[in-house]
Write a protein that binds this ligand. Structure first.
Ligand SMILES: *Cc1c(COP(=O)(O)O)cnc(C)c1O
Length: 379
């Protein structure tokens, strides 16, 4: 990359080889010592955690992923329109969700209520197709999912709809709280009861899944027949920096910008809103054209660091909507030089996790919030 055109003012460089590599590494890791190995779903909701849904989904498909997961139907349809043919599950629906469009596009529906089950069956009937559904069971997270008190009724209605040729219950799933190992085990035990009850009602779902990245990597008993991997696909750890021994992942996103301005200032000079920073020595300030409108957390003001020319320098003063300032001391930095906010720490640049620490949040939020104004470019 060279020059300072708008296209390079800001860039999130997306390493699609790393997507495939992480998928492969996680598949091997979760399949060690178990036969058959669990299937792997790559979760590409929320624009693939900010990485670009279509590019990541196509890379995961190319890497042999078994399923793709998204929150809502519109996300699934966007992937289908882009030519993604892998199986897709969508699990979060509003009152007016377009189940007919989902059924027509062969998107499997996560079903969290009797009303949704009836809507899926109705859409299938109208289209004279069979709706693939996966019943989501609430096992303790208390978000969506069918409450245990309603399982019997939902399973019975699902079985009737199967016999009527309207739906096929391809899966049962749930989601963990990650509150503690004991809480996760209790949720798995309740999930087991749900599986038994569904089978008792005549259903035979092949896809049984409860684990997202954290449980997939740390709780073998939670792997069932599929694991749903979000953050791990993007090369980040659900626990911040740590990963289990024997698993290496490569961060997929490198967030960069080009230096917009360089200014030499005297000791005593203040900078950015509210003058939260003042130079204690003569120094050089560098202007970076990224701000909270681009998802750079304002809470990281005065706490995060960036890499310029291989050296790490502190972010000083308030992070503004479009820009922030870096104190580079006496380093020689020029307009147009590349600034790396975060990427693969193995390459000596800050990690998304370091920004999460600086902002008091989790790495998930750092990458997912990178905004529309930052072009994603595949590497
Ligand atoms: C987002 C999400 C995931 C992925 O979680 P990670 O911790 O990123 O692996 C899995 N399952 C459901 C239901 C989700 O909403």
């Amino acid at each position: 990359m060279s020059g300072n055109s708008d296209a390079t003012l800001r860039a999130a460089v997306i390493d699609l080889d790393a997507v495939r590599g992480n998928l492969h590494a996680i598949r091997s890791f979760v399949g060690r010592d178990v036969a058959p190995a669990p299937l792997v779903m790559a979760v590409v909701k929320a624009n693939a955690y900010g990485h670009g849904a279509i590019a990541v989904a196509l890379a995961a498909q190319d890497g042999g992923v078994d399923w793709l997961g998204v929150a809502d139907i519109d996300e699934a349809l966007e992937l289908r329109s882009a030519g993604v043919t892998a199986p897709i599950l969508a699990w979060l629906h509003g009152q007016d969700a377009d189940f007919a469009a989902a059924v027509a596009a062969e998107v499997s529906l996560g079903i969290s209520s009797l009303a949704q089950l009836r809507a899926a069956a109705g859409a299938a009937r109208a289209l004279q197709r069979v709706a693939s559904v996966q019943l989501k069971l609430d096992t303790g997270l208390s978000r969506n999912g069918v409450a245990a008190s309603e399982w019997a009724e939902v399973f019975a209605v699902a079985r009737e709809a199967e016999l009527a040729g309207e739906v096929r219950v391809d899966g049962l799933f749930s989601h963990l709280s990650n509150a503690s190992p004991a809480d996760d085990a209790a949720q798995c035990a309740l999930f087991d009861q749900g599986i038994a009850a569904a089978e008792g009602a005549g259903l035979s779902p092949a896809l049984l899944h409860i684990a997202a990245t954290a449980a997939a990597l740390s709780l073998p008993a939670a792997r069932y027949s599929m694991v749903r991997i979000g953050i791990g696909i993007y090369g980040l750890s659900p626990w911040g920096d740590a990963l289990p021994a024997g698993l290496e992942l490569v961060p997929v996103m490198t967030l960069t910008a080009r230096v917009a301005a360089v200014r030499r200032v005297l000791a005593g000079t203040a900078a950015s809103y509210d003058y939260t920073w003042r130079a204690t020595r003569d120094t050089t300030l560098v202007l970076v054209p990224l701000g909270y409108a681009d998802g750079i957390p304002r809470q990281a003001s005065g706490r995060a660091s960036v890499s310029i020319g291989g050296a790490t320098h502190p972010v000083i003063g308030r992070i503004a909507m479009d820009q922030f300032i870096v104190d580079v001391g006496d380093a020689e930095v020029h307009p147009g030089d590349e600034v790396v906010l975060f990427g693969d720490p193995a390459r000596g640049v800050p990690s998304a996790e370091s920004w999460a620490d600086a902002a008091g949040t989790i790495n998930y939020e750092i990458v997912t919030r990178i905004g529309h104004r930052v072009p994603r470019s595949a590497r």
